[in-house]
Design a protein around this ligand. Structure first.
Ligand SMILES: Cc1cc2nc3c(=O)[nH]c(=O)nc-3n(C[C@H](O)[C@H](O)[C@H](O)COP(=O)(O)OP(=O)(O)OC[C@H]3O[C@@H](n4cnc5c(N)ncnc54)[C@H](O)[C@@H]3O)c2cc1C
Ligand code: SF4
Length: 514
């Protein structure tokens, strides 16, 4: 006899993992189909060479870019999705990010619901993902009813020195809201050991708040939960009128294709793979791809304009282990003389010599790189990219994913990079470049970590894929809860918004199925 589930959830990242735990805890009978396996806990988790140079935890799948050139995406398929390697910087979008914002490069459109609708879910998301922080320190932070669940993570001495220097210049640095299982008052018993291999690496001791550790593992042994790993969903099949998904087709462990049946199907494969799944699920009722009567599936792909600056001091060493501890949002909405949003700045968790190997001239001696790395402080800068119809995911039969992207709103990002370089030059009391060096690198299209926006939600079925409940306008039992629902990308890291939205949709579904 075939088993039928209340819910089939596809993917276990920030969105899928979160909604799975919500529905499982409410007693719903759920099937979770996850393309990957549990990420192995092994010494390589913390090897910079393995993680950054050999891409050990990335897929080997090859996509193509808009010119048909091969694209090796920096993404992985694991229980927990990309949260297994994320930096766990868990920011709320700003209140104004939900409204129309004029950028130097165009318009960032309004969302169909407001920050107020999200606020209670942001609070729940911060609890679920152990967020440490301090309210009232970030001048752009949106209103909230409660303090963070855990205190801010402290700065190590070199970072505190920079924090003080930035403050003296009149800026407003603040602790990065970060999802770690750390107890700084009792490090003997703390799960997190505050190491220098966090941001971009999996956590060997399971102390990073990710969707695997915080969401899937607490529920997957429950009687009402079935988790099948190595289950690559290949197609969603609808009944004759096209309004209902009747079967989910998946290849299990690369072998036979199996069909699964559930009342409601929740797709959460990440913004790119969710769009690809809908686009390849064609049928007579959905000839252009499932739920695509608007022709918006796959369009408006965004992934932020992001880049790193490495500041290397002439004499001061940076022995910090974990340094993703402060951020600056003073330029988020612009600055005097430039009345357009620019973006946000935050520290990167750590920096190692190996990370320079890919970018340094090949003859650079190892000792030079080591000396530079010992004095380097790495920064991550993010500016908003704007939704554009031609920036899109396509599914090419027989070939796979095509990701077309042309950067926009570039001036905001360039200005942010230049502005922060100016601040860094002044912060240690040295005004002259030769005493310090600044390296800037823009994240290329391969770096799809912040992917969002390929199935935007809205009130008009002609111009959006999902309604405000994140249900497909065209299909009654199809929901999407990964980053694909975004209407605009803001300039903060996306995960907390994905998690909060999955909790919101979870409530809607529990109400609907009570
Ligand atoms: C190096 C790095 C650092 C980052 N740092 C931060 C940070 O500090 N803060 C932050 O907010 N964000 C960060 N991000 C981004 C963050 O990881 C993503 O925003 C988040 O994981 C997206 O959640 P999601 O649910 O949309 O997709 P994902 O987390 O990617 O989950 C998608 C899931 O679907 C599965 N899947 C895909 N296709 C199929 C299929 N066909 N069948 C079955 N399963 C499938 C995948 O295996 C995966 O489990 C970072 C990302 C990277 C790569
Ligand atoms: S800093 Fe903490 S959470 Fe991050 S990898 Fe190290 S032990 Fe894990």
């Amino acid at each position: 006899m075939q088993t039928r589930y209340d819910f089939i959830i596809i993917g276990t990242g920030a969105g899928g993992g979160t909604i799975a735990q919500k529905l499982a805890k409410a007693g719903k009978k759920i099937l979770i189909l996850e393309r990957g396996t549990f990420l192995p806990r092994e010494k390589e988790n913390w090897s910079t060479t393995q993680v950054f140079l050999k891409n050990r935890y990335h897929t080997t799948e090859v996509w193509q870019d808009k010119d048909g050139k091969p694209l090796h995406p920096g993404t992985g398929y694991w229980v927990g999705g990309n949260t297994k390697v994320y930096g766990a910087a868990l920011f709320r979008l700003r209140e104004r990010d939900f409204e129309v914002l004029n950028h130097i490069g165009g318009i960032s459109p309004a969302w169909p619901i407001s920050y107020k609708d999200f606020e209670p879910y942001y609070t729940q998301a911060e609890i679920l993902f152990n967020v440490h922080g301090k309210r009232g320190t970030d001048p752009t932070e949106p209103p909230s009813k409660s303090e963070y669940p855990f205190p801010a993570v402290s700065n190590e001495p070199r970072i505190q020195e920079l924090f003080d220097g930035v403050t003296k210049l009149g800026h407003h640095p603040f602790p990065v809201p970060i999802g770690l299982n750390i107890d700084e008052k009792n490090m003997e018993d703390s799960k997190c050991i505050r190491c220098d291999t966090c941001d971009g690496y999996p956590c060997m001791v399971d102390a990073k708040a990710d969707a695997d550790v915080n969401c899937v593992r607490p529920i997957h042994h429950q009687d009402n939960v079935t988790l099948i790993t190595n289950a690559h969903v290949t197609k969603l099949i609808t009944g004759p009128n096209g309004r209902e998904i009747t079967a989910v087709e998946a290849k299990i462990a690369g072998g036979e294709t199996t069909q699964f049946h559930g009342d409601i199907v929740i797709v959460s494969c990440g913004a790119i793979n969710s769009a690809a799944l809908l686009l390849r699920s064609t049928s007579a009722a959905h000839p252009n791809g499932l739920a695509n009567s608007s022709d918006q599936v796959g369009r408006n792909f965004m992934f932020h304009q992001a880049g790193a600056i490495l500041s290397v001091h002439a004499t001061k060493h940076n022995p910090s282990r974990y340094q993703k501890t402060f951020a600056v949002n003073d330029f988020y909405f612009g600055e005097p003389g430039f009345d357009f949003p620019m973006g946000g700045i935050q520290l990167i968790g750590s920096f190692h010599t190996e990370m320079m190997r890919g970018d340094a001239p090949w003859m650079t001696p190892g000792i030079v790189l080591e000396e530079m790395a010992a004095r380097a402080v790495p920064w991550w800068l993010t500016a908003e990219d704007l939704p554009a119809a031609e920036n899109r995911v396509q599914w090419i039969e027989g070939q796979g994913i095509k990701l077309s992207y042309t950067p926009n709103n570039v001036e905001a990002f360039t200005r942010l990079m230049d502005r922060w370089t100016d601040v860094l030059k002044r912060v240690d009391g040295s005004h002259v470049i030769p005493h310090e060096a600044y390296f800037k690198k823009r994240i290329p299209l391969e770096g799809v970590g912040h992917q969002n926006g390929t199935c935007k939600f809205g009130t008009d079925p002609k111009s959006s894929v999902l309604n405000t409940d994140c249900r497909a306008h065209d299909v009654d039992n199809l929901y999407l809860v990964d980053g694909s629902f975004f209407c605009s990308s803001g300039a903060v890291n996306p995960s907390l918004t994905i998690i909060a939205n999955a909790l919101r949709v979870g409530d809607i579904l529990l109400e609907k199925t009570k």
